[in-house]
Design a protein around this ligand. Sequence first.
Ligand code: C6P
Length: 416
Amino acid sequence: MAAATSPTSTKLDVEAVRRDFPILQREVYDRPLVYLDNAASTQKPRAVIDAVATFYETTNANIHRGVHRLSQEATDQFEDAREAMRDFLGATKVEEIVFTRGTTEGINLVAMSYGRANVGAGDEILITHMEHHSNIVPWQLLCEQTGAQLVVAPINDDGEIDMDAFASLVSERTKIVSVGHVSNALGTINPIAEIGRLAHEVGAVLVVDGAQGCPHGAVDVQALGADFYACSGHKMYGPTGVGVLYGRHDLLEAMPPYQGGGEMIRTVTFEKSTYAPSPAKFEAGTPNIAGGVGLGAAARYLQSIGLEAIERHEAELLAYGTERLAEVDGLRMVGTARRKAGVMGFVMDCAHPHDIGTILDREAVAVRTGHHCAQPVMDRFGVPATSRASLGIYNTREEIDALVDALQQVREVFGG
Ligand code: C6P
């Protein structure tokens, strides 16, 4: 792995970072790939690819149950990855890190385990208008099952939470507050610590959807005041099908299991089973072992570059991208919050987002188009869909220029 920067250095060496990602060497339609779909899924550095391949080549075995050497080594590697994620998220104990399939499963776990045990008729779950479907539907399911009420805090025209309205919606009835760290559709970075204070004042727990938070800057679950923080490996340069849920230890210990099966028990008889302590209690069945090992490698890779350097790099690119997109006639940005991560969602007066995406694709520029699994956000801004360019650690100003050039082609094709 190239030493792109040291954690303390100020500037990220983007060319060194790019050399760490083999896929960036490939061409699309005989042109260099311009990958601006990082909010959907990031590319994988050699460190992650090697960690997964080496695991299968040298260590592969089931974990936590074998006395043989490979099983012990596989267990050690998987648990080492848990430690890497503990450190990455600033949790105090490894017992607070539960491996999941990703953010979606993490939030469902909290809803179905903590929620069913602690929420009842007349209680409220507070979310915001900018949430991803993964942070809406699990709470709707919980409300259907318990008779609780889903309350939605409004957002303003820039795509920021209206914090006065939010504060007025927090009450003694609020049992769970669940908010995205960073909006995938708007890029807004939410004031999580402030939201946590409001939640805790009334004894509610704070769940943070960290899918778009942890890839782009340092996360400290304690400083954020998060009681739960869910994230996905594939959005932080790690493998797909694996993620983690951070949960405060006392909460996890008190929560009932979410799924039953092997691994999560202490004893089983037909009359009654008893359960293992967390995190095993929430990890029924054989997990994605190689994926977990790859996720640990991704966390350490990001730390080796430096989370502050990553944040600064993406903030500079976002500022440049916002400026350059403003040059495109008829383009309107959707999501103009003061605190934003590298997500640029936009519409154009001359073309539908899907047509924009198709033309950009022919120019080898990969963006996502659609509702981004955030239909209420689209409704709020009165658009059926947006095109979204989302930034990662390997993106460059030249790639933003390529995006803008391709958008000028869109204007030429569709007129205007
Ligand atoms: N957003 C996007 O293109 P999973 O699928 O479980 O890894 O992550 C779900 C999820 C939850 N919350 C937020 C804020 C997200 O952005 C995502 C995934 C992708 O924006 C795919 S829809």
